[in-house]
Design a protein around this ligand. Structure first.
Ligand SMILES: [Zn+2]
Length: 85
């Protein structure tokens, strides 16, 4: 199942988080999880939006939120994992 229908999904499923690029809720698209430590990961894009984004865009989407939540080491790991994907 993969329905990238955009922000209308937020009206239908208001309790769900969503992809930062296409605004589709996570129950309709597959998450692209990226690790920032050995036991922690985060997701801000769906798999299709990840594939369609440049490396700079990927870093921007993931760091726009995570830079306020993570340590310097975790941010460095996150960037390394985004670039090596
Ligand atoms: Zn998306």
């Amino acid at each position: 199942m993969y329905f990238r229908i955009g922000k209308v999904s937020k009206l239908i499923f208001p309790g769900y988080g969503f992809c930062k690029k296409c605004n589709t809720t996570w129950n309709l698209v597959r998450i692209k999880d990226v690790a920032y430590s050995e036991d922690g990961g985060c997701f801000h894009l769906c798999e299709k939006c990840w594939k369609e984004s440049s490396q700079e865009e990927r870093i921007e989407y993931y760091l726009s939120t995570e830079r306020y939540r993570r340590s310097k080491t975790e941010i460095e790991t996150l960037i390394k994992n985004i670039v090596s994907h």
